[in-house]
Design a protein around this ligand. Structure first.
Ligand SMILES: *[C@@H]1O[C@H](CO)[C@@H](O)[C@H](O)[C@H]1NC(C)=O
Ligand SMILES: *[C@@H]1O[C@H](CO)[C@@H](O)[C@H](O)[C@H]1NC(C)=O
Ligand SMILES: *[C@@H]1O[C@H](CO)[C@@H](O)[C@H](O)[C@H]1NC(C)=O
Length: 183
């Protein structure tokens, strides 16, 4: 093959691959991201938003600062599916955050964590203070291991922390991640 033909074949191959990839990526779409019930003595939120970086690709960014030192933490994650209002769907889990960052447990939490851990600073044991961020999260639908029926979903995560292990944790922020999925 001549150089031009080879170039054309390569171009078509790349075009085909990237087109496939876009078709896959278009099945999952973040539709909203909200941060509320923010406790101002504990956390300052610099950024809580979705960003469209391509027609078919939206990333999720969260950037905050912990204003006190967290030595204990708990996440309560609940999943909902839209069906004339938001109905509880499949998952409702509570995770000990400090135990989790030492050694991940609870399969569904591991699944979600794996989607963003490389883009976050949740990568050391407790205590946590100062910057906490999750930047540029995107989801490849083929990595979702549970069969998801088409629809609109909400993952609501409430974050509770305490400055000492002997204190009871308080809610510092509630984050709602909305997405749509097409089978
Ligand atoms: C988070 O926001 C702070 C304050 O605006 C900024 O200094 C920091 O660079 C941001 N972090 C990331 C990871 O974007
Ligand atoms: C989910 O779990 C929380 C905390 O354990 C509980 O308060 C809530 O009622 C549960 N929701 C459902 C729909 O079971
Ligand atoms: C909790 O532990 C901290 C540090 O060990 C200590 O200073 C504090 O007095 C304890 N508080 C209570 C209510 O026991």
């Amino acid at each position: 093959m001549g150089a031009i033909t080879k170039g054309l074949v390569l171009f078509l191959a790349l075009f085909f691959v990237s087109d496939q990839y876009q078709i896959n990526a278009s099945k999952f779409k973040f539709t909203n991201f909200v941060c509320d019930s923010v406790n101002p003595s504990w956390i300052e939120v610099h950024q809580c938003r979705l960003k469209a970086i391509r027609r078919d690709k939206t990333i999720l960014n969260f950037n905050g600062s912990l204003l006190q030192t967290a030595r204990k933490g708990r996440l309560h994650g609940e999943m909902f599916k839209k069906a004339s209002g938001w109905k509880p769907w499949l998952y409702n889990v509570t995770v000990d955050a400090c135990r989790f960052v030492r050694k991940p447990y609870v399969p569904v939490a591991i699944l979600v964590f794996n989607m963003f851990k490389d883009n976050s600073n949740f990568n050391h044991p407790c205590p946590y203070s100062g910057p906490v961020y999750v930047m540029g999260v995107h989801v490849f639908p083929e990595t979702i291991p549970v069969p998801l029926p088409s629809g609109e979903y909400l993952i609501l995560i409430k974050w509770y922390v305490a400055s000492y292990r002997n204190l009871s944790s308080e809610l510092i922020i509630s984050t709602g991640i909305y997405f749509s999925f097409d089978e």
